[in-house]
Design a binder for this molecule. Structure first.
Ligand code: GLC
Length: 478
C-alpha cells in the first residue's frame, strides 16, 4: 500500500497560498506551491475542507459536498491541482465531514428527517462547550459541534446513499482518499439516553464539563462499524484515515473499515520521555496508528515544546512506523500566532491557522493583499531563508524524509536513562533527550552523533552507505 509509510502533508487551504490577492489561500495557490512539497519529499497532500460553506467552522460546516467554495476556486482548479500533483508524484487527499452538515445545507430545510431531533434535550455536550442541542420550530436538533453544524442521522438510508455519492464524486475526480472528520461521533445511542457520570478517566484530554460524564451514549455507538462499512464501500481501496477521538484501546471497530486512526495519545503527551514512550507503546500494540503532532486544532510544536525540542519532536514524528501527518509550517518551525483572540474561530483556534511563510516579506509571500490572519514572524521564519541552510529545520525535515525510506518495519522501544526516549527500527536507532540535562548515550557501542547543524545530513549519507546505527541526541547529550 502506498500509504503504509507515507508522509502526508496537511494543507489548510485558507492559509497556504493566495493566488488572487483576496488574502485567503486557494487551490491555484496550492498548485503554485507543489514544487515545495515535491522538493521536500512528501508523498501526499491532505486538504482541509474546500467545499462551499458559510465558514462558521471554516469549511467543517459543509453546505454542498460536491463542489468547491468560490473562495478556494472551482472544480476545474481542483482537477488542475490533482493533475499537477500527479505529475510530481504526489497524491491528493480530501477531508470528508460525514457527521454533520452546515445549517445551510439544503437537506436541513428540505429533509429534516435526515437529522437528529428530540422534544427535550438530554445531557449531551457540544465539543465546543454547552449543550449539544438547539431549539428550532419547537423541537431540538443535535449538534455535536457548533449549532451551525447539525448532526446527520446515519440510520437514515438517504443520508448513507447521499454521502456515498459525495465520496465517490471526488475519488472519481482523482482524490486518493480521505481524512474522515470526527468519526467517533458518527453514531450515537438511538434512544438518546443521557451520558452517565464518569467512573473512570476518558484517556484523552476533555473539557472539565465533558470529563464529568462517561461519554458512552453521545458517541461511538455499537453499530458504528456497519456505517463505516458503507463509507468503505463507496471509496474502494482508497485511503481512509479516521479522526477517532478515543484512546487507541477503543480503535478496533474503526479499524475494521478505516486504514488508520490518528494517534491522539501521542499528540497530547507532554514532552517527557516516559509519557511519550507509554503513548507509543499503547498505540503500536495493534497496527493502524497514523502519527500526528499538530494540526489546525492544536498548538504547534515550537510553541508547545520550545524550538530545540520541536526539532526532536519532528524527528520522532517522522521515524515512527506507519503514516505520518506533517502540518504546513511545521517544516520551518512556524510557531502559533498571537493567542487568545477569537477573531474568526469562536473556539479560539485562529492561532494555529496563520498563513504559511514563504519569504521574509511582511505577508510572508502568502498574499499580495491583506492576509486574513497576519504572518507570525516572516522575517525570521520562512521557507526561502531555510532552503539552503543545512542547519535549518527545513533541511532536517527533508533529510528525515529521505532517511525514513531506510527504516525497517516495526519499532522496538529501548531502555535508556531517565528522560531519554529511545527506539530501534531495524538497523537504525533514535534517541531523544527530553530531560533538558546531559544524559549518557543509550546506544553504547553504536555510532551516535549529535544534532549539530548539518549532522543529520551526514548521518543520512552514512546510513545510505551501509549498516550503521543512527541516533539523534539533542543538545547536551554526551
Ligand atoms: C474536527 C476538525 C475540527 C472541526 C470539528 C468539527 O475535529 O478537525 O476543525 O471543528 O471536526 O467538524
Amino acid at each position: 500500500m502506498w500509504w503504509q509509510d507515507a508522509v502526508i502533508y496537511q494543507v489548510y487551504p485558507r492559509s497556504f497560498q493566495d493566488s488572487d490577492g483576496d488574502g485567503i489561500g486557494d487551490l491555484p495557490g496550492i498548485e503554485r506551491r507543489l514544487d515545495h512539497l515535491a522538493w521536500l519529499g512528501v508523498d501526499a497532500v491532505w486538504l482541509s475542507p474546500i467545499y462551499p460553506s458559510p465558514m462558521h467552522d471554516f469549511g467543517y460546516d459543509v453546505a454542498d459536498y460536491k463542489a468547491v467554495d468560490p473562495v478556494f476556486g472551482s472544480l476545474a482548479d481542483f482537477d488542475s491541482l490533482v493533475a499537477a500533483a500527479r505529475e510530481r508524484g504526489l497524491r491528493v487527499l480530501l477531508d470528508v465531514v460525514p457527521c454533520h452538515t452546515s445549517i445551510e445545507h439544503p437537506w436541513f430545510g428540505a429533509h429534516p428527517e435526515r437529522y437528529i431531533w428530540a422534544d427535550e434535550p438530554n445531557n449531551w455536550l457540544s465539543a465546543f462547550g454547552g449543550p449539544a442541542w438547539s431549539r428550532l420550530n419547537g423541537r431540538y436538533y443535535l449538534h455535536s459541534f457548533y449549532p451551525e453544524q447539525p448532526d446527520l442521522d446515519w440510520r437514515n438510508p438517504d443520508v448513507v446513499t447521499g454521502m456515498q455519492d459525495a465520496l465517490r464524486f471526488w475519488i472519481e475526480r482523482g482524490a486518493a482518499g480521505y481524512r474522515v472528520d470526527a468519526i467517533d461521533r458518527l453514531l450515537k445511542d438511538p434512544e438518546l439516553r443521557d451520558d452517565p457520570p464518569a467512573s473512570e478517566p476518558f484517556g484523552l484530554p476533555l473539557s472539565d464539563e465533558e470529563a464529568r460524564l462517561a461519554l458512552t451514549h453521545s458517541r461511538n455507538a455499537p453499530d458504528t462499524a456497519a456505517a463505516l462499512a458503507r463509507i468503505r464501500e463507496a471509496v474502494g481501496d482508497s485511503l481512509l484515515v479516521g479522526e477517532v477521538y478515543l484512546p487507541s484501546a477503543k480503535w478496533q471497530p474503526y479499524l475494521e473499515h478505516l486504514d488508520a486512526a490518528f494517534a491522539f495519545e501521542l499528540l497530547h503527551a507532554p514532552w517527557d520521555a516516559s509519557v511519550l514512550r507509554a503513548a507509543i507503546e499503547a498505540t503500536t500494540r495493534r497496527p493502524g496508528a497514523a502519527w500526528v503532532l499538530s494540526n489546525h486544532d492544536f498548538g504547534r510544536l515550537v510553541t508547545r515544546f520550545g524550538a530545540e525540542n520541536a526539532r526532536s519532536a519532528t524527528l520522532m514524528l517522522l521515524t515512527l512506523p506507519g503514516p505520518a501527518f506533517l502540518y504546513q509550517g511545521d517544516e520551518i518551525g512556524l510557531g502559533d500566532g498571537p493567542g487568545g483572540e477569537r477573531r474568526f474561530d469562536r473556539a479560539g483556534r485562529d492561532r494555529y491557522r496563520h498563513p504559511m511563510q514563504w519569504d521574509g516579506s511582511p505577508a510572508g509571500g502568502f498574499t499580495t493583499g491583506e492576509p486574513w490572519l497576519p504572518a507570525v514572524d516572516p522575517e525570521r521564519t520562512n521557507v526561502e531563508a531555510q532552503r539552503d541552510d543545512p542547519g535549518s529545520t527545513l533541511a532536517l525535515v527533508r533529510d528525515l524524509l529521505t532517511l525514513r525510506r531506510l527504516l525497517a518495519d516495526g519499532v522496538e522501544l529501548l531502555d535508556a536513562a531517565p528522560g531519554v526516549l529511545a527506539y530501534r527500527r531495524g538497523e537504525h536507532a533514535v534517541a531523544i533527550n527530553t530531560s533538558g540535562e546531559e544524559r549518557p548515550a543509550p546506544l553504547s557501542g553504536d555510532l551516535v552523533l549529535e544534532t549539530a547543524p548539518g549532522a543529520l545530513r551526514r548521518r543520512v549519507l552514512a546510513a545510505h552507505s551501509g549498516a550503521v546505527t543512527m541516533g539523534l541526541l539533542p543538545t547536551g547529550m554526551g
